[in-house]
Every structure is written in C-alpha cells, then in structure tokens.
Design a protein around this ligand. Structure first.
Ligand code: ZN
Length: 235
C-alpha cells in the first residue's frame, strides 16, 4: 500500500487520520479542503490553477467533492514524482527505505575512505596502502570479486553493502579511527553501532526478495534517524 502526499499541504492523511492511499483519495482531500478551508484557501487556489472554473460559490455548475476531485485528479497524479524528488520524501515507505539505503551506502563508503585515508595517507584504492592495510582481507576479496563479475574498473568499495562497511569499521585496526566520530554522532559504543546498522540492513531487506513486505512507519523513522546519525558522523 502506498501513501500519497497532498501537493498543497504535504499531508499524507485525511482529516480522520487515515492515510491517503490513492491519487483519488488525495484528490478528494484537496476537494473537501477547497470547499471548506478558510482564507488563504490554499487548496482552492491550487485547484483553480488547474481549472479556473472551480469555484464553490458558484451554483452553476455546482461544485461538489467528487466533481472537483475529478477535475484535479490528473494534476494530483502528475505531482507525485516531482514531489518525491524535491522534498526527499517518497510516496511509499518501501521507496523511502530504498532511497535511505542508497544514501547510507554512499555515506558509509565516503566515511570509510576518508577515515582510512586520514590514517594511512591519501590516494585512491589502487595507489595507497589504506586499501590493503585498512580493509580486512575477506572483505577485499569479496568486493574485488563483485567488481570483476561486473567487468568494471570502478573502486571495489562501490560494491560494498552495509554489512561489509560494518566489518571494515569495526575491525580492531580501524575502530580507533572511526570510534570518535561515531560516538560524537550519538552511537553509544561499537555494540550500539553494530545493532543499529544490522537493524537498518534488515529493514532494507524487507523491500525486496522473497520476504518482501511494506516497512512500518517506525521502520522508516528508524532508517531516517540512522542516516541522520551517519551524516553527523561524516561531518
Ligand atoms: Zn492538503
């Protein structure tokens, strides 16, 4: 079940609190607001941009919920992808989690590379010892194998999943590099960081594969908080 976001007020629920589950329910939300909302009547103004004839004060034609919703339905449909891109929010929990997972992988990769370069010296993976001396052998082998199968020349870390970054960060050699920024971002200790990353990974795994199911609101919030903390640790 996906959730739709009102392009006018960004709400994702009806006045009774139930979610907007379709473009039609979103259009009905806008229509009922357009009829009842006091000044500045944002939902009405938005609707009138689509059809200037929409005017609840005019009796002929008589504007009711369904009639307004029908008029604006196409515009509601069109508004969703743009909204997701602009606000960073996604219309479904699954899409939101997928986006957060991509974000987390990119943050983890940069966090690892920057930390190891600070410790072992600059340069890319092929010309510096941070790759050979800072990344555990089994992780290096897995990532290089994936890269070779993809016939790519990109850095092997581009193939890293959260669990591999976890293994790099928590290795006894590298942990002293990463501990201060992670603690500064609110992870209590290595155990807490590990538990939260594993939970984040499990939420991400809900969104594909055989066990596919929609993440809960709490799952999305947890994933968002985790990415926020990674962002802080990366600064
Ligand atoms: Zn609204």
């Amino acid at each position: 079940m996906s959730t739709w976001i009102c392009p006018v007020c960004q709400s994702s629920s009806k006045s009774d609190g139930s979610p907007l589950t379709s473009p039609w329910s979103c259009a009905l939300h806008i229509a009922s607001k357009a009829l009842t909302e006091p000044y500045p009547r944002r939902h009405l103004i938005w609707s009138q941009k689509i059809n200037p004839d929409i005017d609840p004060r005019r009796k002929n034609p008589h504007w009711k919920n369904n009639k307004i919703a029908t008029e604006i339905l196409q515009a509601v449909n069109d508004s969703q992808p743009k909204q997701a891109a602009a606000s960073g929010t996604s219309r479904s929990p699954k899409a939101a989690v997928g986006q957060l997972r991509t974000e987390a992988e990119s943050l983890l990769k940069n966090f690892v590379v920057n930390g190891l370069q600070r410790r072992f010296g600059p340069g890319n993976w092929a010309e510096s010892i941070w790759w050979t001396d800072g990344v555990p052998t089994n992780v290096r082998a897995d990532l290089v194998r994936r890269r070779e199968l993809a016939k790519s020349m990109e850095s092997p870390l581009a193939w890293g999943h959260p669990v591999e970054f976890l293994e790099i960060i928590t290795s006894s050699l590298a942990w002293p590099i990463f501990e201060p920024p992670l603690k500064g971002a609110g992870f209590r200790d290595q155990r807490a960081f590990r538990d939260q990353l594993v939970k984040f990974n499990e939420i991400g795994n809900l969104t594909h594969g055989a066990r596919e199911k929609e993440p809960s609101t709490e799952d999305v919030q947890f994933a968002r908080d985790f990415v926020d903390m990674l962002n802080t640790a990366s600064k």
